[in-house]
Design a protein around this ligand. Structure first.
Ligand code: MTE
Length: 332
């Protein structure tokens, strides 16, 4: 993965937008203890950030996202401010710089949006987003996101378990993997038009079907109580919190059930560096850097905020059984 030098974005403890904070603050003030409820600490994140909220998207989706149920996921985590979550991104379709997606993703057309369901399943077809989300209860889950480049964030996602979606399409017994594909639209995506890109578009990622069915695996349509900003993968993306961030593919237009393991985008470019599994593992270094620690955003040159990386990004209790008996050095 293209790594920039250790230049940190200027950061602050502020940001997060007011409506979101007010709602959480209200819950905290109404006697619901942070620890008991699993609410992440929003201390210091008090400034309104309305100016950067998404100004696009259908009303039905905004309403559904705003109504998402709070859950206990993410206890004791301090949220990464909204500004950092939405301005420090990897979305190579819009450029390789961390600030490129926020600057360039405005050209992405997210409505109407449909997702094609293909491969080894009973119910194939092309479904519009509204039908996919119809009767899909949304919930908020606070997850850590650990990028393979050794930075991390804590993000309050709004979404639904991928398992709920998969069940609807009735995978056959031959469906061993689930492959996801991002939109292929060079006219909308400046990075896909670049002559210097090493990526063979569209971006593709896949999971083993049991990983896809794990209750932690989320399809996100929002963050911080709002619809997803375009730079974060609007209108629908994957979030797999125990794997390096590149598995969490954005702006998905196709889901395909397959019998054999698909070759993923980064795996195809540099198979020695990026494996199929990409589970967060502090003991297995990337060939070019250690994965033992990570830089939790926001950070700066003076306050690097380096913390220990946890096995499976701290979600081992929920997912370690998926890899029982496997050599995680070979299956990186
Ligand atoms: N999905 C697509 N389609 N294109 C990308 O370049 N980058 C991945 C992942 N999903 C990427 C993508 C990487 S490397 C990371 S770390 C996460 O998105 C970053 O998600 P975020 O920008 O919302 O924090």
């Amino acid at each position: 993965m293209l790594i920039k030098s250790a230049v940190d974005i200027p950061s602050s403890e502020i940001t997060s937008h007011s409506a979101y904070l007010n709602r959480r603050k209200f819950m905290q003030q109404s006697g619901l203890a942070v620890a008991a409820m699993g609410l992440a600490s929003t201390a210091g994140a008090l400034e309104s950030h309305e100016g950067t909220l998404p100004k696009f998207g259908p009303d039905w989706l905004k309403t559904q996202v705003a109504g998402a149920k709070e859950t206990a996921f993410g206890a004791a985590e301090k949220l990464t401010p909204y500004r950092d979550v939405t301005s420090y991104n990897n979305f190579y379709e819009f450029g390789t710089g961390k600030d490129d997606p926020a600057r360039n993703a405005g050209s992405l057309i997210t409505d109407p949006w449909s997702v094609a369901i293909e491969g080894e399943c009973e119910k194939q077809g092309v479904f519009n987003l509204e039908d996919i989300l119809k009767s899909m209860p949304l919930e908020e889950r606070i997850y850590r996101l650990r990028c393979v480049e050794a930075w991390s964030m804590v993000i309050p996602w709004v979404g639904f378990p991928l398992a709920e979606l998969i069940k609807r399409f009735k995978p056959l017994s031959t469906a061993k993997y689930v492959e996801f594909t991002t939109l292929d639209a060079p006219k909308q995506m400046i990075g896909q038009r670049s002559r210097f890109s090493t990526i063979d578009w569209p971006y593709v990622e896949a999971l083993r079907i049991d990983e896809a069915m794990n209750p932690l695996t989320l399809m996100a349509v929002g963050l911080y109580g709002e619809i997803l900003p375009k730079q974060n993968g609007a209108p629908i993306r994957l979030v797999v919190p125990w794997k390096y961030g590149f598995k969490s593919i954005k702006s998905i237009v196709k889901i395909r059930f397959t019998e054999t393991a698909p070759i993923n985008t980064w795996q195809a470019i540099a198979p020695r560096e990026y494996g199929f599994y990409a589970n967060v593992n502090p003991e297995v270094s990337h060939p070019r850097w250690s994965q033992a620690k990570e830089r939790r955003l926001p950070s700066s040159l003076f306050k690097t905020n380096r913390i220990e990386t946890q096995m499976f990004n701290g979600y081992g209790e929920q997912v370690a059984h998926l890899y029982k008996g496997m050599d995680l050095r070979k299956n990186y």
